[in-house]
Structures are given as structure tokens and as C-alpha cells.
Design a protein around this ligand. Structure first.
Ligand code: NAD
Ligand code: DAU
Length: 352
């Protein structure tokens, strides 16, 4: 049994589906608060699968986490739970500090208590895997080398600062208490079940709904895109073979400027679902006010995880983005569920 937090979100949900797609896979207890970003429809296919136990709750709830650890005796905790959207962190940072910093602190404390009472074999086997981001390293210029694990922490947004805080706590619980931790710092993910407040799903759905495709600033900010299934396989590798107390950068070797990403999506949609008027979706691109403090470039040097654990992404950006667009074209039920009132409120607040 493993305990996954935030498993109703984008990456956690993909991780659970991938993990349980293997017959005979270990069961998962999935602790999720079901914030606006949590969506149990992602896990619909597991309704009758007894290997998935969903628990509605907060990683900051000491009593609940202690009870889950006692009842299920997991051999690992994988912490995906977080407030994850930079723009929301700018409008309301408090939740980010609450969940990302204090929630992770609570999880570490409960894990330490649980782990210290295990017998020696179970203690040896136990892992606390913290899922983090490349944004903790700050911003690169066009010519800087990509982030290695040695790059100093220079977070610039309330989101990245709160994730950096959580990474430091995880590191300290290893060095001070010996808790067996591993941390992964990953670049931008995309793929199925991605909540459409983030660039790629927002652009796909706005294009199909004949809405503007909003590009912040000049659209020349660079992100390093990784297909979510590749992130999930990297986490499995690091959980199984990662060295304790180490951090591993995970990335796709796919640096792209935002404007190029959006143009690529438009050209795939032009081919798969042409506009009624015969024009290109590119016509819908609209430049809007830039994000405050917008980081210019992220790039991940993922050579350590390849050298030590033999992991490399299976998808290129071209194959992954095509699969993703196709997924959104074929999954209208999931999309209709997401485009509810609260989602419309967010669009109103952010883009007008
Ligand atoms: P997401 O916002 O889609 O999902 C987060 C999930 O956590 C949701 O299901 C939400 O309900 C749950 N949650 C939030 N607060 C909680 C709390 N206090 N207790 C329990 N559950 C809570 O996020 P995501 O994109 O799936 O990201 C998952 C993790 O990966 C995050 O830690 C994020 O920082 C990290 N990450 C994301 C990306 C990316 O591109 N999306 C890249 C690198 C790292
Ligand atoms: O780098 C990893 C991070 O990637 C994760 O840690 C975060 O959880 C995840 O949300 C993501 O952060 P970004 O801010 O990079 O992702 P987002 O999809 O919000 O934006 C991607 C880029 O696109 C960024 O440069 C901002 C820009 N953008 C975004 C939106 C929503 C636009 O130009 N227009 C938009 O409407």
C-alpha cells in the first residue's frame, strides 16, 4: 500500500491511473482535499477497483493523517498535494503558504512519528517522496545553462516560494531526523486531465469555443515541457531506486516559447478540427497584460536522473502535444464537468 496525496489533481490523478493500470499493482490510499483543482471524475474508471481508497481530507489535518498511516501502514508517501497555479498565488497567496508549507510540515511530522515506530525492515523500506517544481530555481536568461540540482534556490512567485519552503522542510527532516526522503523537481507538465486554467488546456478549449487565446506579454517566455505520463514514470523510478536525501531534476528536453506552443496547438487543431469559416485558429491569438514577476525562462538539465537511474522521457513535444489535443477532442464529458460556474468565475477574474 502507498499513500498518495493530491491524487484527484492533474499529475496525481495520472499517476494513480498509470500505477493501477498494472495488474497486481499495490493499492493506493488517495488523500485529497478536493479544492477547485481536485476532480474525482478523473478517477471514474477506478470506481469498482478495491485497490483505490479515496479519502477526502487535508494534508494539514494531523489527526486524519496519523490515523491513515496507522490504519493502512503504507510503505511510501508520495506528496503531490499543493496549490499549484502561479496566477492564483499572485491573487491569493495565503492558501499556498497554508497547504504547500504548513501542510507539508504536518505531513512530515506525521510521517516521522509513523516511521520511527516501524520495525527495522519496514523502516528501511519506507520512503517519503516529495513532488516539487523547477520554479524553485528562479528564472534563466536566454543563454544561461539549464538548471542542475546544484542551482541555488531563487523563487520569484508566492507559489514557487511556498514550494521552495516545502523542499527545505523535506531536506531538513532528512538531515535532522533521518526520515528517508527523495525530492523530484519537475518542469511544466501537460497531457490528459489538465485543469484548463493552465496554458495548454486553456488554449485548446478556448480555441474550440471560439474565444481569445491569451498570451501574456510578448509570448517569448520559455518553458521546458514534459508529457505527464513521463513525469509519472520518472516518479516511479525515483521512488524505487533514488538515493535517500537526494533531489532529482525531471524534464523533457523540450524548451519552447509560449507563442510557439500556442501556434503548434493551433496548427494541430486546424488539421484535426478545422474552424467552420476555414480560417486558422491562429486568428484567435490575443496578447494580454503580462503576469507580474513573470519568470522568463525555465530549462531543466535532467542528466542526473538519466545517469543514475536510467530514466529518459518517452515522448517528444510533437508526439505528446498531438496526443493531448486528441484527448481533449475525445473527452467532452470530463471537460463539461470541469467548465462549471466556479471555473467561469476564475476566467472572469483573471482575464477581464
Ligand atoms: P493540481 O492543482 O492539478 O492538483 C493538486 C491536487 O491537490 C488537487 O487535487 C487538490 O484538491 C489537492 N490539494 C490541494 N490542497 C490540498 C490539501 N491541503 N490537502 C490535500 N489535498 C490538497 O496540481 P498538479 O499540477 O497535479 O501538481 C501536483 C504537484 O506537482 C504539485 O505539488 C505541484 O507543485 C507539482 N508540479 C506540478 C507541475 C505542473 O506542471 N503541473 C510541474 C512540476 C511540479
Ligand atoms: O515549471 C513547472 C510549473 O509549471 C509548475 O510548478 C506549476 O504548478 C505549473 O502550473 C506550471 O507553471 P507555469 O506558470 O509555467 O504554467 P502556466 O500553464 O500557468 O503558464 C505557462 C506559461 O504560459 C507561463 O509563461 C505563463 C504563460 N501563460 C499562461 C496562461 C494561463 C500565458 O501566456 N497565458 C495564459 O493565459
Amino acid at each position: 500500500m502507498i499513500l498518495v496525496t493530491g491524487g484527484a489533481g492533474f499529475i496525481g490523478g495520472n499517476f494513480i491511473l498509470d500505477w493501477l493500470s498494472e495488474s497486481g499493482a499495490e493499492g493506493i490510499v488517495n488523500l485529497d482535499k478536493l479544492t477547485y483543482a481536485g476532480n474525482l471524475a478523473t478517477l471514474d474508471s477506478l470506481k469498482n477497483d478495491s485497490r483505490h481508497i479515496f479519502v477526502h481530507g487535508d494534508i494539514g489535518d494531523q489527526e486524519l493523517v496519523t490515523q491513515l498511516l496507522r490504519d493502512h501502514q503504507p510503505r511510501a508517501i508520495i506528496n503531490f498535494a499543493a496549490e499549484s497555479h502561479v496566477d492564483r498565488s499572485i491573487l491569493g497567496p495565503a492558501e499556498f503558504v497554508q497547504t504547500n508549507v504548513l501542510g507539508t510540515f504536518n505531513l512530515l511530522e506525521c510521517a516521522k512519528q509513523y516511521w520511527s515506530n516501524l520495525d527495522s525492515a519496514a523502516k528501511e523500506r519506507f520512503r517519503f517522496h516529495h513532488v516539487s517544481t523547477d520554479e524553485v530555481y528562479g528564472s534563466l536568461s536566454a543563454t544561461d545553462p539549464a538548471f542542475t540540482e546544484e542551482h541555488p534556490y531563487e523563487p520569484n512567485s508566492p507559489y514557487s516560494a511556498s514550494k521552495a519552503g516545502s523542499d527545505h522542510l523535506v531536506r531538513a527532516w532528512f538531515h535532522t531526523y533521518g526520515l528517508p526522503v527523495v525530492t523530484t523537481n519537475c518542469s511544466n507538465n501537460y497531457g490528459p486531465y489538465h485543469f484548463p486554467e493552465k496554458l495548454i488546456p486553456l488554449v485548446i478549449l478556448n480555441a474550440l469555443n471560439n474565444k481569445p487565446l491569451p498570451i501574456y506579454g510578448d509570448g517569448q517566455q520559455v518553458r521546458d515541457w514534459l508529457y505527464v505520463g513521463d513525469h509519472c514514470s520518472a516518479i516511479r523510478e525515483v521512488l524505487a531506486k533514488g538515493r535517500l536525501g537526494e533531489t532529482y531534476n525531471i524534464g523533457g528536453w523540450n524548451e519552447k516559447a509560449n507563442l510557439d506552443v500556442v501556434k503548434t496547438i493551433c496548427s494541430i487543431l486546424d488539421e484535426l478540427k478545422p474552424r467552420d469559416d476555414g480560417k486558422s485558429y491562429v486568428e484567435q491569438i490575443t496578447f494580454v497584460k503580462d503576469r507580474p514577476g513573470h519568470d522568463r525562462r525555465y530549462a531543466i538539465d535532467a542528466s542526473k536522473v538519466e545517469r543514475e537511474l536510467g530514466w529518459r522521457p518517452a515522448e517528444t513535444f510533437d508526439t505528446g502535444i498531438r496526443k493531448t489535443v486528441q484527448w481533449y477532442l475525445s473527452n467532452s464529458k470530463w471537460i463539461d464537468g470541469v467548465l462549471s460556474g466556479s471555473y467561469r468565475d476564475w476566467l472572469q477574474k483573471q482575464y477581464t
